[in-house]
Each structure stands twice: as C-alpha cells, then as structure tokens.
Write a protein that binds this ligand. Structure first.
Ligand SMILES: *[C@@H]1O[C@H](CO)[C@@H](O)[C@H](O)[C@H]1NC(C)=O
Ligand SMILES: *[C@@H]1O[C@H](CO)[C@@H](O)[C@H](O)[C@H]1NC(C)=O
Ligand SMILES: *[C@@H]1O[C@H](CO)[C@@H](O)[C@H](O)[C@H]1NC(C)=O
Length: 375
C-alpha cells in the first residue's frame, strides 16, 4: 500500500535517545521516561542527523462536501487528514512499560506543518488534541480538517456541470496512489447532498525556489452535481409552460381571448423565474446555458403574444374596410396565386367563389387584364 509521503529537510537539531527504560509497567513510569527523552526535545525534528530526511506519510480522504459557493468560487469540504511519521530511535518494550500505544498531547511533540495552499478562510476545523504514539516510535496524527478552499467553478453547463477542484498540500516529495485514495474517499463520503464525488486524481510537482526545492502534492477532486433537483424545479416547468403557449394557438380566435391567455402565461413565467432565481448560480464570469434557455423561452412567449395581437388585429379590423374590389381579388387569387405556385385545387375553388355569375364582372376583368398586358 503506497500513500503519498513527504520528506522534510529542516535545519533543526537532530538526535534523540535510545530505547526507553520504564521502572514499572504503569502510565506514570512510561510518561516519566517519555518526558525525559521526548517531551523535552519537542522543538527538534525527530531524526538523528541534519542531513537525514523525515518521511511523513500523508493520506487525505474526502469525508464530506459541505457546500459549493459559486459567488465566492469556493468549496467547503471536510477532509480526513492522516499523517504518519517515525521518531527515530524511540522505542520501548511493550512488556516492560505495559502498553504498546499511548495517546499524547499534540503540544508535547514536534508536528510537521503541512498546509493547503488554497485555504480561503481561517482554519475552522474541529480541534483534536491528541496523537497516537506506538512502541516503535511511530506517530499517527488523524484529524478532520474543514477546508474552505478556492475552486474555479465553471457553471456554463449548469445543472449538468462537473467541477475540478484542486487542493495542494505542501511542502514535500511524494509518491501517490490515486486509486487507493479514490476507493477510500468514496467509502468515507458521508454527505449525500447535491454533489457527488466522481474521481480523485493525485499528482506531484516540484516548486523550485532559490533556497530549496519544495515539492507539493495536488489532489484533484472531480465533483459532479446531481441535476435532478434542477431538472424537476426549473427545466420541466419551463418546458410545460412553453408547450402550453404553443398549444394555445389551437384555441379558436373568434370565441376566446387568446392574447389574455398568453399574457397570463407570460406573467406566470415571470413569477416562476423570479422565484427560481435563487436556485440559479451567480458568478462574475460566464452565464449558464440554462439562463439563455430561459431568456429564449420568454422571448418565444412574447413573440407568440405579438403574433396573436397581429392576427386579432387583422381579423377584427378587416370589417372596417370597404370590400376588396373585384378585379383585385381576381388578380390576386387567380394570377398572383399562380405565380407564387399556390396549390391548384385551392385556386380553383377560390375561383368559383370569386367569379360569381356576372358577365359584367368578367368583361371588367378582361379589360383590366388587357390594360395590364398593354402596360
Ligand atoms: C536503558 O537501559 C539500558 C540497559 O539496561 C541502557 O543501556 C540504556 O542506555 C538505558 N536507556 C536510557 C534512555 O536510559
Ligand atoms: C483537473 O485539472 C487538472 C489541472 O488543471 C488536470 O490535470 C486534470 O486532468 C483535470 N481533471 C479532469 C478530470 O478534468
Ligand atoms: C532543486 O532541484 C533541481 C533539479 O530539479 C536541482 O538541480 C537543484 O539542485 C535542487 N535544489 C536544491 C536546493 O536542492
């Protein structure tokens, strides 16, 4: 099993004692000798010589996603951070001292300073006060960390978006195994909220600065939004209203007031958008495709209302005009219709209707046609 580990090159004084000698197998005796051998040297990096590196094994499990804030571009997570390192030369005999593992106050020990670069707020993690120390000198420091980290969120495809959030732990060199972390993270994840953990990738990189090389390990948390809430609350109602608006053209215009119906729909849609505004993400840059969809929907509704107004206008205002002159109707229905290729059948029925049995009219039409030909 490989987990990322860190090498600390620190310029602290090295050197710690040998095997502990307990006078009796009681906590008092063990802590007396630990006091003498370990606690008094808590400022020292627990290695034998300056050049030696301290290997810290780091394991980060994503325990829960508390929230994603699109406005401040931040991600709030609980990470279960486990660090393990060895205090060189420290060991005791289990029988002699009576135990193989003790818990020790964090303040009494040298603790590696691993931090996350993307921290946005002060650390509001639940405090843990103890670490475990076993009789081979291995320290295990398990703690939950509440991370408010910066994450560039891309909301263009909202609510079907996938986010890629980075957490950089540093400084160190490491070898990492992403598969393993992924499995553990999936098992551990306890908030079954809006976000689902899809994948975790781990990469290492080296930061070269003049006085030394800092290696860092980057965790990429790939999160996918569960879109069902937004589909049910935003997309479906919107589609229903649009469908209703389209089908309202089936209403007979003479007997019902189509425009009032459409106006009510637009009003309803506006109220719906106002209420649902809170559900839509807001960022400084970029607009979700969904907002464009809503705008187009509203535009379609307004267009259909305008069309209805236009149709109603034509329908009712036509009564106020003088009837169409006979020659014009013949010209339009017979000749122009042929020019613009209107179906034959329609033309013939119209012809029989418009050419009522009046020979006078026929001659008139002939005259007009001749006139037109002459011109
Ligand atoms: C513990 O006792 C052994 C011999 O019994 C001795 O060699 C060693 O130095 C002692 N260790 C400490 C830390 O006093
Ligand atoms: C997440 O981002 C990092 C760096 O920007 C990239 O290397 C990685 O492939 C991305 N992962 C996915 C799944 O897009
Ligand atoms: C940093 O790493 C580079 C190679 O990547 C190496 O040449 C250089 O000596 C290192 N610097 C220190 C201070 O270790």
């Amino acid at each position: 099993m490989k987990t990322p580990w860190i090498l600390f090159f620190c310029s602290l004084l090295p050197g710690l004692g040998d095997t502990l000698n307990c006078s009796s197998p009681t906590p008092e005796a063990l802590f007396d000798s630990l006091e003498k051998e370990l606690f008094s040297k808590k400022l020292l990096r627990p290695v034998k010589s300056f050049s030696e590196t301290l290997k810290v094994t780091l394991e980060a499990k994503l325990a829960g996603i508390l929230g994603v804030n699109e406005k401040s571009q931040s991600l709030t997570t609980i990470i279960w951070l486990s660090q393990k390192w060895n205090i060189q030369g420290l060991s005791w005999d289990e029988k002699e001292c009576g135990t193989s593992k003790v818990s020790i106050s964090r303040e009494k020990l040298w603790i590696p300073d691993i931090s996350i670069s993307e921290f946005m707020e002060e650390d509001k993690s639940p405090k843990t006060f103890y670490v475990h120390l076993n009789n081979h000198g291995q320290v295990t420091d398990d703690k939950p960390v509440r991370v408010d980290s910066f994450c560039k969120l891309d909301i263009y495809t909202f609510p079907f978006d996938i986010q890629n959030c980075t957490m950089t732990f540093g400084p160190y060199l490491h070898t990492g195994n992403a598969e393993l972390t992924l499995q553990e993270s999936r098992e551990v994840l306890w908030t079954k909220g809006e976000w689902e953990l899809k994948n975790i990738q781990v990469t290492a990189s080296i930061l070269e600065i003049p006085h030394g090389n800092y290696s860092e390990i980057k965790y990429y948390f790939i999160l996918r939004r569960r879109p069902i809430l937004y589909v049910v609350n935003l997309l479906l109602p919107s589609c229903f209203l649009i469908t209703l608006d389209l089908f309202s053209f089936l209403l007979p215009p003479a007997t019902t007031d189509r425009s009032a119906f459409k106006m009510t729909l637009i009003l309803g849609y506006t109220v719906f958008l106002l209420i649902m505004n809170d559900l839509l993400p807001v960022t400084g840059h970029g607009t979700p495709l969904l907002n464009v969809f809503f705008s187009i929907s509203l535009a379609l509704m307004v267009a259909s209302l305008l069309e209805t107004i236009f149709i109603t206008n034509i329908q009712f205002r036509s009564d106020n005009y003088v009837p169409v002159p006979h020659w014009l109707s013949v010209l339009v229905l017979r000749y122009l219709a042929a020019i613009v290729c209107l179906p034959r059948k329609r033309r013939s029925t119209r012809l029989t209707v418009s050419l009522s049995p009046e020979p006078k009219g026929m001659t008139c039409v002939f005259l007009v046609c001749l006139l037109m030909l002459a011109l």
